[in-house]
Write a protein that binds this ligand. Structure first.
Ligand SMILES: CC(C)(COP(=O)(O)OP(=O)(O)OC[C@H]1O[C@@H](n2cnc3c(N)ncnc32)[C@H](O)[C@@H]1OP(=O)(O)O)[C@@H](O)C(=O)NCCC(=O)NCCS
Length: 166
């Protein structure tokens, strides 16, 4: 029987493996790179727990973990009601366990944990197929812009070569 529970640093390896499976499914990680990635991800999850920067819930079936949901805490500039915020991430349920309400329940629990951990707001970058789920749970669409730090910043000014001489 599947049950949900909060995760801690001892679950870092499980969280890393689910993260790897999620990235493979999204086409962001090659199958032959999973082991190396999961080893690094395990260390990073462990460090996040040690620094009190993550709240996570997992779904367990017998002796394995089949689903996860995480909130990673970060600070924004100060607001009157606090600067701590959270990003919801790592929401993943193994294919054989989908459409049974586990992701919805995991997200609800993690939102509660984020609030209890002092998050003023919780943000999320949803995959297209998961948007309906998040809307149902109370998330609203906002106009978040993002910038991939590997891209060079483009200037809106004309190129130097086009400037008049002198
Ligand atoms: C997105 C994802 C986490 C959803 O997991 P899930 O456990 O299937 O989610 P839920 O069961 O809570 O909800 C999924 C759907 O099943 C429906 N459902 C829930 N319980 C159900 C039940 N008992 N019977 C039938 N349908 C049910 C929900 O209404 C929901 O419908 P919707 O897709 O139209 O919104 C999962 O598909 C996944 O891991 N995808 C790949 C990674 C990913 O995209 N993650 C999101 C990153 S933002």
């Amino acid at each position: 029987m599947v049950y949900l529970r909060p995760a801690d640093e001892l679950d870092a390896r499980w969280l890393a493996e689910l993260r790897a499976a999620s990235l493979v499914e999204l086409g962001l990680l090659a199958a032959d790179a999973v082991d190396v990635f999961a080893a690094r991800a395990t260390r990073e999850f462990f460090a996040l727990f040690a620094a009190d920067r993550i709240a996570a819930w997992i779904a367990c079936d017998a002796d394995r973990v089949v689903g996860s949901s995480c909130a990673v805490f970060y600070d924004r500039l100060p607001y009157p009601d606090g600067s701590r915020h959270a990003e919801l991430c790592g929401v993943y349920v193994m294919p054989a366990f989908r459409k049974r309400g586990f992701a919805s329940e995991l997200v609800r629990e993690v939102l509660g944990a984020a609030q209890a951990g002092g998050a003023r707001k919780t943000f999320l970058r949803p995959t297209k197929s998961a948007k309906a789920l998040y809307r149902r749970l109370g998330f609203i669409d906002t106009e978040l812009m993002s910038f991939a730090s590997r891209e060079p910043a483009r200037s809106s000014e004309p190129a130097l070569a086009a400037w008049p001489n002198g």
